[in-house]
Design a protein around this ligand. Structure first.
Ligand code: NAD
Length: 738
């Protein structure tokens, strides 16, 4: 058979260099054709007497990005169709198909010829697993190379021997941490852990790998050799010190919401008790089971497929040519402006950073210096990178410097008059094609655009704080925003490597509407007398990364208070819940508990030691409940339902017009239980009917904020899902304001 994705080249010593280089892709990935090729290659290694050994490397800058998850998506679809006909048969088939890669790698490992991996760049997932199945690993000392098994991040586990080989190569605690966190290691870290044997300069990579074979490298994995001692022995003092705490840590970190992570623990534990081939079968069984869990399907869809599509410009107007950003202006060098300047300069774009005074502008730039020094200290960048990035930021008070900026983003005070002033000052110097963007959190883009002489080129680009960490950016379309402005905003967000969602212009846009509900629910729970620890833990148990009281403290309790007052002023008394108002008034106005920045909020922040919940907080409630009177399950449901309901309303109101954006935006923007795949996937997973029933119960007990909208009622009646009713990329989507 012809081999499509690899080039084989045998030298005079009989060593074949197998170069992985997929002609139709910028990065190597594992798909069906690669598996076919690998099977043929392993057969050749086994049977061709002229071959003495092999070196596997890549013809690209990176080694391999992992398995093509759309292939797994297809496997799953086939499985779900098969289950209806014959469940047992469908399960058998899924097991056999999903273990194919594992078996190919095992065949490589036992082919009888020494095989070395020459890792010339990043190797992830299945790409690293093939390296682990080689008998020796040499990596080039490229600082950008990352080695990792990130499967857990999309709800899966490494299913091609990764859990078994890592646990036999590294110390068990290191192995578990590496697998459970899905962390990517630099080559030196991987070497220290025992996953890489040698690190050499790139030019010596192939030579060194071949030399290992010429020096008599054995075609036997350590676990296949006599006398192998598994470092992950369960029944040993070290085993007891590892597995029990690992189990507890797993529960603390995940609240058992992630079948993939749970599967990793089981694979490593059970695999350590049996011979290697049995261990691989155990891993394959867990892999197939995890793969068919609804959580994995939802996570693959949102965190891989949809996120990639959005990053590649799924919502970008197709007929506007892409622009490469060279210079961007940032107005306001405060908390947000400084962060925006940093991520922009970091992406190689020149920045003009303007504030009212030179000192304020310099302070904003100093923020970049601080972050770059941090990266330097952690070995992520070199001194020269730091200097080059800083040199790109021109901190000034001079609006003339904006003349050749293609995009200007304002992040001045949240005050309409101040914003109007800077819009007009900046526009006086901008070229006709330049776009003006506002980072406002609350002011409608359409109304701000009235201050602009070019409303078609006026758009919202809403960052989340801290800017350098948060991966989501909301792009807000005003009534008159044009396609060119949208395209440029998306080109910019792509350049700074963040994920965009395009939303329409309503109060709170998308993310803050949902987050607002999350905080409101928690504040009402405090006033119901629910023990605050239960509120925080209930949210974490539901899958939220940060408890709502912690979050209020982080964003500042007085900011929550101000937003509430603004809503009351603009929308009337009924727009706010008097119980929440009472709580925030008590905290902010009467007691000065403004949050973390003040050292006191819902938590106390002692100078020494950890923060703890403010002991007097329960006393603010008219009456207190004991833990026995509260259902922790209901707390979880209330949190997830209130955010998911808001997302469903945003879809009905066309604030968000693409279901992928609602899901991805909810995970990246406010950490909505990632195990669920996002706000809408959460409803789809439960089924609209069950969700509506649950909300009815909550509305009866807690009030009309849990009443479902017309769209959800209809979906429940018709047995529809969001992804079925609004197929991603469908005709219903327009980027214009509703
Ligand atoms: P900030 O107070 O930290 O910074 C505002 C900066 O603007 C200050 O440095 C100030 O000197 C400068 N400024 C004021 N008037 C100016 C003028 N006329 N010309 C030039 N500079 C001027 O505020 P922030 O938290 O960075 O917020 C900025 C904007 O970003 C606001 O619109 C806010 O709503 C929005 N936003 C904030 C967050 C957040 O979490 N803080 C998140 C998303 C969006």
């Amino acid at each position: 058979m012809t081999i499509k994705n690899f080039i084989l080249d045998t030298d005079a010593d009989g060593i074949v260099t197998i170069t992985w280089d997929m002609s139709d892709k910028s990065m190597n990935v594992i798909d069906m054709s690669v598996m076919d090729d690998l099977e043929a290659i392993v057969e050749k290694l086994k049977t061709d007497g002229a071959i003495k050994g092999a070196v596997i490397t890549s013809g690209k800058d990176s080694f391999c990005a992992g398995a093509d998850l759309t292939m797994l998506d297809a496997l799953l679809k086939q499985y779900h169709a098969g289950v209806i006909r014959n469940e047992l048969e469908a399960n058998k088939q899924l097991f056999e198909q999903s273990r194919r890669l594992s078996q190919i790698f095992r065949a490589l490992e036992t082919c009888g010829k020494p095989v070395a991996a020459a890792i010339n760049g990043t190797a992830l997932g299945g790409g690293l697993e093939i390296c682990l199945a080689c008998h020796h690993r040499v990596a080039s000392d490229n600082e950008k190379t990352k080695l990792g098994l990130p499967e857990v991040k999309v709800g899966l586990l490494p299913g091609a021997g990764g859990t078994q080989r890592v646990a036999r190569m590294a110390q068990p605690a290191d192995a578990l941490q590496f697998l459970l966190q899905g962390r990517e290691l630099r080559v030196v870290q991987a070497q220290a852990m025992g996953l890489v044997d040698k690190v050499v300069p790139a030019k010596d990579l192939i030579k060194t790998a071949k030399q290992w074979i010429l020096d008599g490298g054995k075609p036997v994995a350590p676990w296949d050799a006599d006398g192998f001692k598994n470092p992950a022995r369960v029944y040993s003092p070290a085993g007891m010190m590892t597995f029990m705490p690992a189990n507890a840590l797993y529960r603390k970190e995940t609240w058992d919401n992630y079948p993939g992570a749970r599967g990793i623990l089981s694979c490593v534990y059970e695999g350590a008790l049996v011979p290697f081939d049995t261990a691989l079968t155990i891993e394959s069984r867990y892999f197939a089971n995890v793969l068919k869990s609804p959580q994995a399907a939802a996570m693959i869809r949102s965190l891989f497929v949809s996120m990639q599509e959005l990053n590649k410009g799924a919502r970008r107007p197709k007929d506007v040519p892409a622009k490469k950003l060279k210079k961007v202006g940032v107005l306001g060098a405060g908390f947000m402006g400084a962060g925006i300047a940093y991520v922009t300069a970091n992406a190689g774009i020149d920045v003009v950073l303007i504030d009212q005074t030179q000192e304020a502008a310099d302070r904003g730039k100093a923020q970049s210096e601080k972050l770059l020094t941090d990266s330097l200290r952690k070995g992520r960048i070199k001194e020269a990178d730091k200097d080059a990035t800083l040199a790109r930021i021109n901190a000034t008070t001079d609006y003339e410097a904006l003349a050749d900026c293609q995009l200007v983003i304002e992040a001045v005070f949240e005050d309409r008059n101040v914003k109007v002033d800077v819009i007009q000052k900046a526009e006086a110097h901008l070229s006709r094609s330049a776009v003006f963007a506002s980072n406002t959190s609350t002011l409608p883009i359409t109304s701000l655009a009235k201050a602009s002489a070019r409303p078609k080129s006026f758009i919202g680009i809403h960052f989340f704080s801290p800017v350098h960490k948060m991966m989501l950016v909301e792009v807000i379309m005003g009534k008159r925003t044009g396609d060119k402005a949208l395209a440029l905003a998306l080109d910019y967000i792509r350049a700074i490597r963040k994920t965009p969602i395009v939303v329409n212009d309503v109060r709170g846009f998308y993310a803050n509407r949902c987050v607002g509900n999350y905080l409101l629910e928690a504040h009402l729970m405090v006033m119901e007398g629910i023990p605050p620890a239960m509120i925080e833990n209930g949210a974490r148990m539901a899958g939220m990364p940060v408890g709502p009281l912690t979050l209020t403290d982080e964003v500042a309790v007085d900011l929550a208070w101000k937003i509430l007052q603004a809503a009351k002023k603009d929308l009337g008394e009924k727009a706010v819940d008097p119980r929440q108002e009472k709580l925030l008034e008590e905290m902010v106005v009467k007691r000065g508990r403004l949050g973390r920045k003040a050292g006191k909020g819902f938590y106390e922040y002692p100078d020494v030691g950890k923060k703890y919940l403010w002991p007097e907080l329960p006393e603010l409630a008219p009456e207190q409940k004991s833990a026995d009177e509260v259902s922790i399950g209901e707390i979880q449901n209330r949190f997830l339902a209130t955010m998911a309901l808001e997302a469903a309303r945003c879809i009905e109101e066309k604030v968000v017009v693409d279901v992928r954006e609602a899901d991805v935006g909810s995970i990246l923007g406010f950490g909505f239980a990632p195990w669920s795949g996002g706000t809408l996937s959460y409803i789809d997973m439960m089924g609209a009917k069950a969700f509506v029933e649950m909300c009815k119960g909550l509305a009866k007990k807690h009030g009309k904020r849990f009443r479902v909208n017309r769209l959800l009622k209809e979906m429940a009646e018709n047995g529809e899902t969001f992804y079925g009713r609004f197929p991603p990329g469908g005709a219903a989507q327009t980027a214009k304001a509703a």
